[in-house]
Design a protein around this ligand. Sequence first.
Ligand code: SAM
Length: 347
Amino acid sequence: MSSEEVAQHYNNVKQTGIDDRKESRIFHMRNMNNWIKSQLINEAVQILNSSGIYRPRVLDIACGKGGDLRKWDIAKVKNVVMADVADVSIDQAKDRYEKMKDYRHNLFDAQFIVSDCTKSDLSELIEDKTPFDLTSCQFALHYSFVDEQSARQFLKNAVGSLKPGGVFVGTLPDADRIVWAVRNSENGEFANEVCKIRYENVDELAEGKTPLFGAKFHFSLDSQVNCPEFLAYFPLLQHLLEEFDMELLFVRNFADYVERWKIAGKNLLEKMKGLETYPSDRLSTNGENEYTEAKQFLEKLDESQQKTFGTISKSEWEAICMYLVFAFRKKGSPPESEESDSKKPKN
Ligand SMILES: C[S@@+](CC[C@H](N)C(=O)[O-])C[C@H]1O[C@@H](n2cnc3c(N)ncnc32)[C@H](O)[C@@H]1O
């Protein structure tokens, strides 16, 4: 699977409108994933703020169609470099940014770059050579684990230009969870109402000999076949990042991360429609056992308690639990008075 094929795949993914998205079986899962990214970006910005870095300079590596542009605006960043191998996605991201500029005065500056980050040296393509405060890589890093050289080049691009004290955050499939799910399912394929996961080389899997790089698996969501992906074992990722002077701040499965932020991030989760109302005659599915826990919870409520609450179908939750969030920080203290602001903004 070459980067050209990955680019071709993502270039062909159609941009969906709000109405299509609402109709999707994984509407709430997508929204919850988006909420998790928002919480992670918030947390990264808080970490930077606590070391005196405000209005950070950001690298959004493998940014796709620019789905996080609004999050960067909310995070009050100074400027963002958006890079992706898929040229059509970068055009769409640029378009979104230009439209935002129409109604948002003083929007952050941005540079958009089409680049295969497993092969090229991104730093040569970036106009402003000021080091970054924050790198974000959402749902993409594992593609680079096709082989060791690609993973190393991708990580160099991700964190090589971070300043000391700079933060690297991301989301990616949880390799251990995926291997466990596939091993414990019939015919070597994990499947539920919304996703299917298959590890390509069944012999490798059966013998417990999945390689460190090039461990290919297929993940399809909501019947859309994705391009092949690669397992990225977190301890290996951590080891590689330590070679770039990055220290681990935290790693959590999505389920733990939701648990961590579900109170503080409740209003945003509601606003982003990460949960559906239960009970309702318009649930996402009529599938048996998809709301067993919600049903039991409802039965335990006494007369005085509110009879509706937020939930998510079992299949969507299982798919959500296949992912991890992480945060690393570059060792050393941030230099004083840098290009990004070290003064707290007024609002
Ligand atoms: C699942 S999408 C995520 C997009 C975006 N980060 C988000 O969260 O919406 C994965 C992205 O990784 C990009 N990608 C994969 N391999 C890449 C590479 N070698 N260099 C740059 N981008 C790559 C794809 O083109 C795609 O846009």
